[in-house]
Write a protein that binds this ligand. Sequence first.
Ligand SMILES: NC(=O)c1ccc[n+]([C@@H]2O[C@H](COP(=O)([O-])OP(=O)(O)OC[C@H]3O[C@@H](n4cnc5c(N)ncnc54)[C@H](O)[C@@H]3O)[C@@H](O)[C@H]2O)c1
Length: 394
Amino acid sequence: MGAGIANVTIDKGLSTVLIDNSQQGLERGRNQICTHLSQQQKRKKIGLLEKERILSRLVSSTDIAALKRADVVIEAVFEDLPLKHKVIQQIEQHVGKHTVIASNTSALPIKEIAKASARPDKVIGMHYFSPVEKMQLLEIIVHDGTSKETLATAAQLGLKQGKFVVVVKDCPGFFVVRSLAPMMSEVFRLLLEGVSPEEVDKLTKNFGFPVGAATLADEVGLDVAEHVAQFLGKALGPRVAGGSPQLLSELVSQGNKGKKTGKGIFSYGDGKKGSKKVNEDAVKLLARHKLVPPTNCSSTEDRQLRLVSRFVNEALLCLEEGVLATPSDGDIASVFGIGFPPFWGGPFRFVDLYGADKLVGHMNKFADAYAREQFAPCQLLLDHAKSGKKFYKN
Ligand SMILES: NC(=O)c1ccc[n+]([C@@H]2O[C@H](COP(=O)([O-])OP(=O)(O)OC[C@H]3O[C@@H](n4cnc5c(N)ncnc54)[C@H](O)[C@@H]3O)[C@@H](O)[C@H]2O)c1
């Protein structure tokens, strides 16, 4: 992620320092940037001179002191709170008093991250999406102590990087990952019920998602997914349950971390078209943890709605709780962050178009077949179902 963030910064004319504590990690990052720019050159999007000009803005180092003149530092180390604390304190030893320190955490509350800082008003969340070069969203997260100047600096940088910026309040998972977590849990339940990864991809793509949900899990990284599932499982409780964190742990402990390790739910061979196959390790583990599905929730439409309703319900809860300021913030974040089917317009527009009452009917059927906490419609959805009220006037 760090390399992707650096990449969308140097190509907008900003000098950037890429730091990693391992030479290997640093080279991996630099190679990722060089490969991306070479592809751009091959496709004639940039010339050789421009490529060299962009690369000349990048300094890479294993010495954190190289950050000393930075106005903004974005940390993207492993998703581990004590490590993030350590890194923030190291950064603060070298940067100026004005420097904004942003965390690209997927789910850890910014308030918790800011506890290690000597100037929490300068700490903010800047949550990018993978691959950073392609995904247009930047979710900015403010904690109660973040200053207005810090927010303005972070938003200005995001806009310069060419991102759609949505500002949300601090909570575990923020908006996008929090809404995605119950849906990903349902993806794993479908796999455990014997729906093949190809079929999971097909039914989500047919619904309108640009990337199939099983492939999305591999793109995000099964280690990241495991961490988020466990963390949000604790923070949000049974609403996130349904899949199997145990299955994810076993997959990850065998080295199946997703695309980055060449195998996750799928194995990626040499990366050429047609080399992607279902990973045999995943097949064995799925068979070992197999679940028997109820008969009345397994049509293609049921499976699609089981996934989508869990995303939509959590998104509405975020509006209900004030994590989101408006329905359109949630719709923009969902379409540009995880590719919620654009023709549905996002979860809020989906409720308006599909019908809140119809959706509540399906969710109640799923709640009876599985667990009520996983599918119980939130109050806002129930209110819209009862009153016929819409999120948008037209
Ligand atoms: N992968 C995603 O799709 C995604 C999306 C959004 C946010 N994130 C978040 O971004 C962060 C990084 O995730 P990732 O998938 O890029 O992980 P990654 O394992 O690919 O990269 C982490 C890098 O941090 C380096 N590192 C570790 N400790 C360090 C230290 N003390 N100083 C400097 N560098 C150090 C490692 O060498 C490694 O290169 C996590 O917080 C994750 O939750 C990931």
